[in-house]
Ligand binder design. Structure first.
Ligand SMILES: C[S@@+](CC[C@H](N)C(=O)[O-])C[C@H]1O[C@@H](n2cnc3c(N)ncnc32)[C@H](O)[C@@H]1O
Length: 222
């Protein structure tokens, strides 16, 4: 894929700056002064709502403790920590080295959570890791390039085991004023564009929820 290297370094630079200013706020803007327990509890809430309610699609009969899970845009490990309480191995990837540094420090007591700084567009940093399930929430809403998001989706397809699920969110509200290069407001997807992206990357877009809204959930099965 030809990705604009300027955009990748801008995403990295601007998310590093946000992480240095107040990582927990930019990860979850509900509060500016998160305490450890409340912050990680908010990640457990995400997992309770989006993962534990959906274990049939996610595990498909597998023992969660035997599963390897990927989280794209892991930030400082808010959700990664909660995923690691359920699944055997969790790999979190983020474009920001500063987010990854803080995630490693905050989750030093979680031996089955691994954090990686990627280049902002692909998953080469993971080498030949294979995953049973992939997840991403409130990340692609911040990516201004359709090409980058599609590349991540194709990359997940490459790493996911056959039949596995990639459950993720995109921006579904087409009225959002996005500008090329804005690393806060990402590019929106219509339902048709989401289906086209699944087809392009080899996925079956089996379920979709929230088209037209800020939290457009997609269930792509390999
Ligand atoms: C709003 S935070 C959410 C973090 C995490 N998903 C959570 O819910 O706690 C968005 C995260 O996406 C990361 N991010 C933004 N653009 C990215 C990209 N192109 N590739 C990977 N991560 C990216 C940011 O560095 C940030 O950590």
């Amino acid at each position: 894929m030809m990705t604009d290297p300027d955009l990748l370094s801008k995403m990295q630079r601007e998310w590093d700056a946000r992480a240095l200013e107040n990582a927990r706020f930019y990860v979850n803007t509900e509060r500016t002064d998160w305490k450890d327990d409340d912050f990680f509890e908010s990640g457990r809430r995400t997992v309770k709502e989006e993962i534990l309610t959906d274990m049939i699609n996610i595990c498909q009969g597998k023992d969660p403790k035997q599963m390897t899970v990927l989280e794209i845009g892991c930030g400082v490990g808010r959700v990664t920590r909660a995923l690691a309480e359920i699944f055997g191995t969790v790999h979190g990837v983020d474009v920001s080295g500063e987010m990854v540094r803080q995630a490693k420090a905050a989750c030093a007591d979680v031996p089955n959570a691994h954090f990686w700084q990627g280049n902002g567009a692909d998953l080469r940093i993971l080498g030949d890791v294979r995953v049973d399930f992939a997840f991403s929430s409130i990340v692609f809403q911040h990516i201004p390039s359709r090409e980058v998001i599609e590349n991540y989706v194709c990359e997940v397809h490459r790493l996911l085991r056959s039949g596995g699920l990639f459950k993720f969110q995109v921006q579904g509200d087409a009225s959002m004023e996005t500008e090329a290069g804005d690393t806060w407001l990402g590019v929106p997807f219509s339902d048709e564009q989401a289906v086209a992206m699944a087809n392009k990357c080899g996925f079956e877009p089996r379920h979709r929820h929230g088209a037209g809204g800020q939290y457009f959930w997609l269930w792509f099965f390999k």
